[in-house]
Design a binder for this molecule. Structure first.
Ligand code: ATP
Ligand code: MG
Length: 362
């Protein structure tokens, strides 16, 4: 346990500063006068690149590496690119992921009471699972290992290492063990999602999953093929507890899953490694609605709650765990009371939602 925790806040672009500000207000609100978090803002992103020619200053990187946790809004503006064509702003997340080895991307998918799911007949509480996306290898890791040949052909490489697969699978079983199990039957279950019937890299992933699963006899282990899983997350979402999968499959499945709980605006994300964690909503910078006061802050607020839980576990600090559950309760209560943003079909603005959360935390 520490007296104070340093939180590096990187607001970024578009709605990033709006949702980051909302999350900081809610975090402060959860602790009242005795806040053990110290926030410090740091610049990064496409707007910064436009102004200074630099999208991720070394000073910001250092601050993120040294802080106890990093809270991020969102970064990137379509069309603002580096000379090599890569998006200015995207490098923020990618560099932190790879250089700080944030190998586990934890994406909780939970349907809140008061939110209408596009799935017919599904009730709140019936969707409550975690997608654990491998964040450091797979098809996205070896971007340098691909090739484009004379405008005629392009190749990318899917990399799975024993160490990389083992640690993500182990994390999945630990998350399942700490959970309440799947909503449908209360069974603690890990589902390995792959395409092992076609591709050897996925067969390798699955074989390591089976080895690790043997160490967790108390947790049910099962396999799912990615194509079937896209169907099952629609037809029987209540069956799932923890889903573990390769980088790109996790990327795709988590957008599908976010749609089933109301949309990207509600989907939180935590990217953690052995020493550092990056917390941001699953959505991007949504430049189309920036500055209008209508951005949905719930995704970032829920990511901030995950940040508290991660810090609480790492530092054995119950104060932070209690604050996290109070924030989650406030989110549930606010949504149920009708504080719903436009992207979710309501008409509450960001300020009203943030104020509503802070009032409930008092
Ligand atoms: P990225 O490439 O960074 O993932 P993206 O192109 O997928 O970005 P997002 O920025 O995630 O796009 O958002 C897509 C659209 O969804 C936005 O243009 C916006 O209209 C809506 N949206 C996303 N996040 C929110 C939010 N927090 N509140 C309200 N609407 C949102
Ligand atoms: Mg996106």
């Amino acid at each position: 346990m520490k007296d104070t925790y340093e939180i590096a806040v990187v607001p970024g672009d578009g709605i990033g500063p709006e949702v980051a500000d909302a999350a900081v207000r809610v975090l402060r609100g959860a602790f009242g006068n005795d806040c053990p978090l110290r926030f410090c803002d740091h610049p990064a992103g496409a707007e910064l690149y436009r102004q200074t020619g630099e999208s991720f200053p070394q000073a910001t990187f250092r601050a993120c590496a040294q802080a106890d946790a990093v809270l991020h809004g969102a970064a990137g503006i379509p069309g603002v690119v580096h000379p090599d064509g890569t998006e200015a702003g995207l490098d923020f997340t990618l560099r932190l992921r790879f250089e700080l080895d944030l190998y586990a991307n934890i994406r909780p998918i939970r349907l809140y009471p008061g939110i209408r799911s596009p799935l017919a007949d599904v009730k709140a509480g019936e969707i409550d699972y975690i997608i654990l996306r491998e964040n450091s290898e797979g098809l996205y890791a070896a971007r340098g290992a691909g090739a484009q040949l004379r405008g005629e052909m392009a190749v990318d490489t899917l990399v799975q290492t024993r160490k990389g697969v083992e640690r993500i699978v182990r994390k999945a079983f630990e998350l399942a063990r700490a959970s309440n199990g799947a909503p449908a039957d209360g069974v603690r279950r890990v589902t390995c999602v792959d395409k092992a019937n076609v591709l050897r890299s996925y067969a390798f992933f699955r074989s390591i999953f089976d080895e690790v699963a043997a160490d967790y006899p108390d947790i049910e282990a099962e396999h799912g093929l990615i194509d079937a899983m896209a169907m099952y997350l629609v037809t029987r979402p209540g069956h799932y507890n923890v889903i573990v999968t390769e980088n790109m499959f996790g990327d795709i499945l988590s957008d599908l899953a976010a749609a089933t709980i109301g949309g990207m605006g509600l989907a939180p994300s935590a990217e953690v490694g052995e020493r550092q964690g990056l917390f941001q909503a699953a959505h991007g910078s949504a430049p189309d609605i920036a500055g209008k006061g209508i951005a949905n802050p719930y995704g970032t607020v829920l990511s901030a709650a995950s940040m508290l839980e991660w810090l609480a576990a790492n530092h054995d600090d119950d104060r932070l765990a209690r604050a996290a559950s109070r924030i989650r309760e406030a989110v549930s209560a606010a949504i149920e009371a009708g504080l719903i943003s436009r992207d979710l079909g309501g008409d509450s603005g960001s300020a009203l939602i943030t104020q509503g959360l802070c009032e409930r935390l008092r």
